[in-house]
Design a protein around this ligand. Structure first.
Ligand SMILES: C[S@@+](CC[C@H](N)C(=O)[O-])C[C@H]1O[C@@H](n2cnc3c(N)ncnc32)[C@H](O)[C@@H]1O
Length: 379
C-alpha cells in the first residue's frame, strides 16, 4: 500500500490528508541524547567531555544529556562511551513545556508521523524522560502519545507493548517526553543499548519473598542480553560464583535453570529445598567442578578486585561449553576517576580475551551501583 494511502486511511483526519508523507532522504541528527546513570554523577562532566560534549551540554532531567551533532558517531569510539547507558540520535525535537501546550498529544503525534512514517520503523515506543518517581504525568502522556501515533502510522511490524519482541537490529522510533519537551529519533534497539526508551524494562526489587536485591539485577541483565542473543533454554546449567545469599540464584531457578552455586558464605535457607540447586560451600579458588561438568553459563557477582574475580572465572573456562555465556559484575573501587575505571575495565577485558572469552556487551544497569555488567562468551 503506498504510504500516502495508508496515511489517509489510518488518520481519517481532514487536516492530515493534505500532508503527503514523502521520503525526505536520510535523517540527520541535530544532536545525541545520552543517558548516564546517576551513580556516575560526580564523573559526568569528565564523561561528557570525553564524549565530545562539554560541561554545558544541555541536561534534561537527572540522567539525560544532549551531545552536539558535531560529536557525530565518534563518541561511540571514545573510552567515555562505556558510561553511556542508552543513547538516541535526535532526529526531531520539540523543546516545550508539555502541560502548557494545548493538544500536545495530537500535535506531537502528527509531527512524528509526518517526519518518520516514511522511514518504516518496526515500531514506535514512547517513554518519560525522567527516570525518577513522580513521573506519572509524563508516563501517561507518553502512553497516550504512543496510542495516537500508532493510529497515524501505516501498519507497523511490532504493534504490541512487548518491547522484547522487536528485532534488535531493525530501526525503531523512540520518543521521550519530559519537562524539557519531546525528543525523538530512529535507531535499532541494539545501537541504542536497550529495547525501551531510556534503556531496560523496570524490574521491581521489592517483590515479597525476595532473597536479595541482586535478583532484579540478573533479571535485568538477562533482559539486556536479548539485544545480542536469544534467551538460554530452560534447564540450562549455570555455575554461579559468589552466590550468597542467593537473590540471583533464586531468579535463575525461577526460570527453570539448574544452578551450581559456590560461595564461602551460606545461602538463604529458603533455597534449601530447590531440586535444581547444588550449593558448594567453598572459596571459588578451591572449587573443583565434577569431572565432565559442562556449564552453559557462568555468573560471577563476587565482591573484591575485578582482576582477581576474572582470574577465578577463567579457572573454569574449560568447564564452560564453547559459546557458553559469562555474566560478570565488574566491581569498581569507590571514587575511581574515568581514566582509572577505563583502565581497570580495559585490563579485565584483555585478561578475559587472553583466557578465551570475548566481550559481547557491556552496560550499566539500573541496579548496578559502582559497577558494570559485562557479557562475554567462550570463543
Ligand atoms: C555481592 S555478594 C553476592 C550476592 C549474590 N549475587 C546474590 O544474588 O545474593 C558477593 C558474594 O561473593 C562472595 N565471594 C567473594 N569472593 C569469593 C570467593 N573467592 N569465593 C567464594 N565466594 C566469594 C562473598 O562471600 C559474597 O557472598
Amino acid at each position: 500500500m503506498p504510504i500516502d494511502q495508508g496515511w489517509k486511511k489510518a488518520t481519517g483526519s481532514v487536516m492530515l490528508t493534505e500532508k503527503k508523507i514523502e521520503d525526505q532522504g536520510p535523517l540527520k541528527p541535530t544532536g545525541w541524547l545520552v543517558r548516564i546513570s546517576e551513580t556516575f554523577a560526580g564523573l559526568t562532566p569528565q564523561i561528557l567531555e570525553g564524549l565530545g560534549g562539554t560541561e554545558s551540554s544541555p541536561r534534561l532531567g537527572s540522567e539525560y544529556h544532549v551531545l552536539p551533532a558535531a560529536a557525530g558517531e565518534t563518541w561511540r569510539r571514545t573510552e567515555a562511551a562505556r558510561f553511556v547507558r542508552w543513547n538516541l540520535p535526535v532526529h526531531h525535537s520539540w523543546p516545550c513545556r508539555p502541560p502548557k501546550i494545548e493538544n500536545f498529544v495530537e500535535r506531537a503525534a502528527q509531527a512524528l508521523a509526518r517526519k518518520f512514517a516514511a522511514h518504516h520503523p518496526q515500531t514506535v515506543l514512547t517513554g518519560p524522560l525522567l527516570p525518577v518517581a513522580g513521573t506519572d504525568y509524563y508516563k501517561s502522556l507518553a502512553s497516550n502519545l504512543r496510542g495516537r501515533v500508532l493510529q497515524l502510522f501505516p501498519p507497523l511490524a511490532v504493534k504490541g507493548q512487548e518491547a522484547e519482541s522487536q528485532n534488535p537490529e531493525a530501526p525503531t522510533l523512540f520518543v521521550l517526553v519530559g519537562k524539557a519537551g519531546l525528543f525523538a529519533g530512529i535507531q535499532s534497539p541494539r545501537e541504542a543499548n536497550g529495547f525501551y526508551p531510556g534503556g531496560t524494562k523496570f524490574i521491581s526489587q521489592s517483590t515479597p519473598g525476595t532473597i536479595s536485591r541482586a535478583g532484579a539485577k540478573i533479571a535485568e541483565a538477562l533482559h539486556h542480553l536479548l539485544l545480542h542473543r536469544p534467551a538460554l533454554p530452560e534447564d540450562s546449567h549455570w555455575l554461579e560464583l559468589g552466590a550468597s545469599p542467593g537473590g540471583m540464584t533464586a531468579e535463575l531457578l525461577a526460570r527453570g535453570h539448574r544452578v551450581t552455586a559456590v560461595d564461602r558464605a551460606w545461602m538463604d535457607p529458603r533455597l534449601d529445598r530447590s531440586r535444581k540447586l547444588d550449593f558448594v560451600h567453598v572459596d571459588a579458588s578451591e572449587f573443583q567442578p565434577p569431572p565432565g561438568a559442562r556449564y552453559d553459563a557462568l555468573l560471577s557477582d563476587m565482591n573484591g578486585g575485578a582482576q582477581h574475580s576474572m582470574t577465578l572465572v577463567l579457572r573454569f573456562i574449560r568447564s564452560l561449553k564453547p559459546g557458553g555465556l559469562v555474566v560478570f559484575t565488574l566491581k569498581l573501587p569507590e571514587a575511581a576517576s574515568v581514566p582509572d575505571i577505563t583502565d581497570i575495565a580495559g585490563r579485565v577485558i584483555r585478561q578475559a580475551a587472553t583466557g578465551g572469552l570475548s566481550l559481547i556487551s557491556w552496560t550499566h544497569l539500573s541496579y548496578n551501583r559502582q559497577e558494570f555488567t559485562l557479557f562475554l562468551e567462550r570463543l
